[in-house]
Design a protein around this ligand. Structure first.
Ligand SMILES: Nc1ncnc2c1ncn2[C@@H]1O[C@H](COP(=O)(O)OP(=O)(O)OP(=O)(O)O)[C@@H](O)[C@H]1O
Ligand SMILES: O=P(O)(O)OC[C@H]1O[C@H](OP(=O)(O)OP(=O)(O)O)[C@H](O)[C@@H]1O
Ligand SMILES: [Mg+2]
Length: 291
């Protein structure tokens, strides 16, 4: 039991369902009941702790838990001694200053103003870097309403589609303060896989499984037939991870090619392959992999 890998997972909020789905896809047991706070996956040597995403970096930074899934913005805001290991591609958002439509055009105008946010750490660091002196107030959520209520002149908050801001009659200004997504974190200074690492052995398997799921989600398998004379041109478009597999075809002068390609842009790639002479072009999903 002592060598169980202890993983923190968001118990609610935007990241919670997607985090559990990812873990399930990687072959781990996940809770069925959203009120459950811990779960042991004996077979895989992992214990899951369902915690507030905002608290997760603290547990990992203190070394109480081995790894965690949280938002990059929450990690930076916490100031905890934890580092991002890998981005997970969900919970994507931008973090922005905003105010009443037309009120601000640049962050320079924030000097001496009151800013409300749930991310005091991120905002204070940013203002300091930019050399802007302003007062920052912490609110727990629904910060969009604070301007209307006279508590703040501007806010800094998470924006995904932008509809919450629009509905509140606000608009963003300045460059995004940061881009966020769900990330895996470990304690700073721990070099996973090294002899000095405090992480249980199950971490290596966890990381490989996770990488497998992330690749299976972002890549597809491309197969096509092509004249040997056109192989160089086509295979340059489908280099694969370690070079494409090229097999002989029963048809004289033709070969079959197989390579993993990024899911994004794969339809366009099929058009381009067709244009250079590829035929019988097939695209199939990858369900799981170990690279
Ligand atoms: N609309 C959204 N789209 C994508 N990511 C979001 C969104 N809202 C919050 N996040 C991300 O979720 C994390 C915040 O976790 P939190 O538990 O506060 O989520 P939440 O959705 O705000 O939950 P709550 O229901 O408690 O308000 C941050 O990393 C943030 O960037
Ligand atoms: O750009 P959008 O797609 O509208 O999404 C962004 C909104 O989503 C989150 O709010 P949430 O619903 O979690 O409420 P909260 O402010 O209480 O956290 C976030 O804090 C923004 O308000
Ligand atoms: Mg929220």
């Amino acid at each position: 039991m002592t060598d169980m890998l202890r993983i923190a997972v968001p118990n609610k909020g935007s990241l919670s369902v997607a985090a559990s789905d990812l873990l399930r896809e990687a072959g781990y047991r996940q809770r069925e009941d959203s009120k459950r706070l811990t779960l042991i996956d004996e077979e895989n040597g992992v214990e899951f702790f369902y915690l507030r995403p905002r608290d997760i970096a603290l547990y990992v930074g203190e070394g109480t838990l081995d790894i965690g899934i949280t938002g990059r913005d929450l990690l930076l805001d916490s100031g905890a001694k934890a580092d991002e290991v890998v981005g997970l591609g969900f919970g994507r958002s931008r973090f922005h200053f905003a105010s009443t439509v037309g009120a601000f055009t640049s962050i320079e105008q924030l000097r001496g103003k009151r800013i409300a946010t749930s991310y005091v750490g991120v905002v204070t660091d940013y203002l300091e870097r930019e050399g802007i002196d302003a007062s920052v107030t912490r609110l727990d959520g629904a910060v969009e309403t604070s301007i209307q209520l006279g508590v703040a002149d501007a806010i800094a908050d998470v924006v995904e589609t932008g509809s919450t801001m629009r509905q509140a009659g606000l608009e963003v200004f300045g460059e995004p303060i940061m881009h966020s997504e769900a990330v895996v974190i470990t304690r700073s200074g721990d070099e996973p896989g090294s002899a000095t690492s405090a992480l249980p052995a199950a971490y290596e398997t966890f990381k490989r499984r996770l990488d497998g799921v992330l690749i299976a989600r972002s890549y597809v398998m491309m197969d096509y037939d092509i004249r040997a004379a056109d192989l160089a041109e086509a295979s340059a478009m489908t280099p694969g991870l370690e070079g494409p597999t090229v097999s002989p075809l029963h048809r004289e002068g033709w070969v079959a090619v197989r390579a993993m390609v990024p899911r994004e842009g794969s339809q366009r790639l099929m058009d381009d392959l067709y244009a250079v002479g590829a035929r019988a072009i097939l695209l199939t999903a990858i369900n799981a992999c170990r690279i």
